[in-house]
Design a protein around this ligand. Structure first.
Ligand code: TXD
Length: 310
């Protein structure tokens, strides 16, 4: 591969496949797709390579089941694991996916210790904690993708309810990636206009609930897996912010060391992502109700972390 940036994707399933396709399409860099299923990464990347003349992309993608091909990756996106099936909670995935993360983390440390790592696998807040703990990589270079997705879901629902372009809606959804997430309605605006001036309180409350359940809504409709396009696009937003030093303010699972009262574990908070990785955690002045909701989310994440035999 030439001097282009190198993006590693570990886990070539539903989300991983879309990530590779979009990364090539946007010419973010050359891509190495890793999976343990023989042929899966090779087949998916060969398919995308065939599309490259039509995608007008000179970036290449290769598939592998050998971790050494990840050597020197600038970014590593981890989707390895088992997705939910109807009736399963994200927590049910805990034990299975932490075991997988042990292998992944060791190979990150060995082959691409300088990479900016974006964890996608669920249960997200524990998996990103596991990845950093088991790899020993700098906390600012390991983050989790959830807040960008949850905020996008909230934004889409608000845009639809108000009847405006999705481009004009900004929103922040903090906390753990699950039922205890915290959509900050007070910070949601349509091009600067607070959403509370555009929608009745009960409509906003309904959107908050739909956002919290949006993942399950897709799982129940698909019956065989979970959302995969929106998570893929969300992870790429974060990768692009790092690769192009865009200094994006977005919500992602970052290691807090006292910020928002969280000590030493990962949870969804507003951060700035640039070439330094998680360059800054942005502390908002939450009101009492927001603080209580966030503290509740922290408790749930802590309980999941404590449930693992590290
Ligand atoms: O917002 C978020 N963070 C969530 C994340 C949004 C949606 C889905 N979320 C989770 O991402 C989901 O619950 C799963 O834990 C991951 C990946 O979801 P995906 O839908 O892509 O699952 P797939 O299609 O089953 O792909 C997982 C791939 C599959 O190809 C396996 O062969 C591979 O992971 N896999 C492994 N790769 C590497 N190493 C190991 N050990 C391994 N085990 C399985």
């Amino acid at each position: 591969m030439g001097q282009r940036r190198k993006i590693g994707v570990i886990g070539g399933g539903q989300i991983g496949g879309v990530i590779v396709q979009l990364a090539v399409e946007r010419e973010l860099g050359d891509v190495v797709l890793f999976d343990v299923v023989e042929g899966l990464p090779q087949g998916k990347t060969l398919d995308i390579w065939a599309a490259s003349p039509l995608l007008r992309s000179d970036c290449c993608a290769i598939g592998t089941s050998d971790y050494k091909d990840l050597a020197g990756c600038d970014v590593a996106i981890i989707t390895a694991g088992v997705p939910r099936k109807p009736g399963m909670s994200r927590d049910d995935l805990l034990k299975v996916n932490v075991e997988i993360m042990k292998t992944v983390a060791g190979n990150l440390k060995r082959y691409c210790p300088g990479a900016f790592v974006i964890v996608v696998s669920n249960p997200l807040d524990v998996m990103v904690y596991a990845c950093q703990k088991l790899s020993g990589l700098a906390a600012r270079m390991v983050c989790g993708m959830a807040g960008v997705l949850d905020s996008a879901r909230f934004r889409a629902f608000v845009a639809d309810a108000v009847g405006v372009s999705v481009e004009d809606v900004t929103a922040l959804v903090l906390g753990g990636h699950g039922d205890t997430m915290v959509p900050l309605t007070r910070y949601c605006t349509v091009n600067g206009v607070p959403v509370g001036e555009l929608l009745p309180a009960e409509t906003i409350a309904a959107i908050v609930e739909r956002t919290k359940n949006a993942g399950a809504e897709v799982v129940n409709l698909l019956k065989t897996g979970s959302a995969f396009v929106s998570p893929a696009v969300s992870a790429l937003e974060m990768a692009q912010a790092y690769l192009q030093d865009k200094r994006r303010l977005c919500v992602c699972a970052a290691q807090c060391n006292g910020e928002y009262g969280a000590q030493g574990y990962y949870i969804g908070v507003p951060v700035i992502i640039g070439s330094g990785g998680i360059e800054r955690i942005v502390e908002l002045k939450l009101n009492a109700a927001e603080q209580a909701a966030f503290a509740n989310s922290c408790r749930h994440v802590r309980e999941m972390i404590d449930a693992v035999q590290w």
